[in-house]
Design a protein around this ligand. Structure first.
Ligand code: BTN
Length: 252
């Protein structure tokens, strides 16, 4: 499979996630829609995604499975998409000399600050994936952020440079397409599992986490992530705990 990534830029839309969904049958596998401005950008946990017009990358990449795209993928294997997407973004940032880690499950961090967030929406056909819409918000040139964002940073804040967002998207889309092809394609030559775990934020370091259900604290270290995407945390006694997204939060 050697499809070229097709990138469509729109000046303004509600959300690039919805823009892709509206055209899902027309667009090829690995198509990208990018917006200079999203009026209703969506983040994780029902949050809005705020980005200043023209300063950052806000885009969605469509993945197709089956006849028109990647080989069939079981719903139980969908975390592979997260692994490939996060490895693709960190590879791209590394190529810009910005060394980042992956804050489980899919935030990209530079030190203790968030530079990129992802919203991955999968559309299932029975127990298989039909489509995945991988939405990425990468802070590029923005230097001032609204106070409600906890710990944002951007490429420009880190390097002091100003970037051409369209040129950067051309590069980033290629890194993402390569990671998806290597992880989801038939060759399976790429160890996304290994790279994902190796790049995890705060891996093998003891920190406190909040257990969301009752607000209690757990001191432990992240030692891995299960194939289904549960984070594995070991406490000082060697006891192992596993959590799904939204069951645990970091204290940063
Ligand atoms: C997060 O909360 O960290 C996820 C943010 C995802 C934002 C991106 S911007 C492009 C795409 N379109 C959206 O509406 N959301 C994603």
């Amino acid at each position: 499979m050697d499809e070229k990534v097709e990138i469509r830029w729109v000046e303004e839309t509600d959300s690039t996630q919805d823009e892709v969904r509206r055209h899902i049958s027309e667009y090829d596998n690995l198509s990208v829609v990018a917006a200079e401005f999203q009026k209703a950008g969506r983040g994780q946990r029902g949050n809005t995604w705020l980005a200043m017009k023209g300063e950052n990358l806000t885009f969605s990449m469509l993945l197709k499975f089956g006849e028109k795209g990647f080989p069939s993928l079981k719903a139980s294997e969908q975390f592979l998409i997260t692994k490939a997407a996060t490895v693709g973004v960190t590879d791209y940032l590394g190529s810009k000399s910005i060394s980042c880690s992956i804050k489980w499950p899919n935030d990209i961090y530079f030190r203790d600050k968030k530079i990129c967030g992802m919203l991955i929406e999968n559309i299932l056909d029975k127990e298989y994936l039909a489509f995945s819409v991988v939405g990425i918000g990468l802070n590029v040139n923005q230097r001032e952020f609204p106070p409600q964002l906890m710990n944002p940073t951007s490429m420009s804040a880190i390097t002091g440079k100003t970037y051409d967002i369209k040129e950067e998207l051309d590069l980033l889309a290629d890194y993402l397409a390569s990671a998806f092809k290597a992880t989801l394609g038939s060759d399976n030559e790429f160890e996304a599992d290994h790279e994902y775990v190796r790049r995890l934020y705060r891996k093998d370091e003891f920190h406190e986490f909040t257990i969301c259900q009752d607000g209690s604290l757990l001191e432990g270290k992240i030692i891995g992530v299960t194939p289904g995407g549960l984070v594995q945390i070991m406490n000082r006694k060697g006891e192992l705990f596993q959590f799904a997204f939204k069951e645990i939060s970091y204290i940063i």
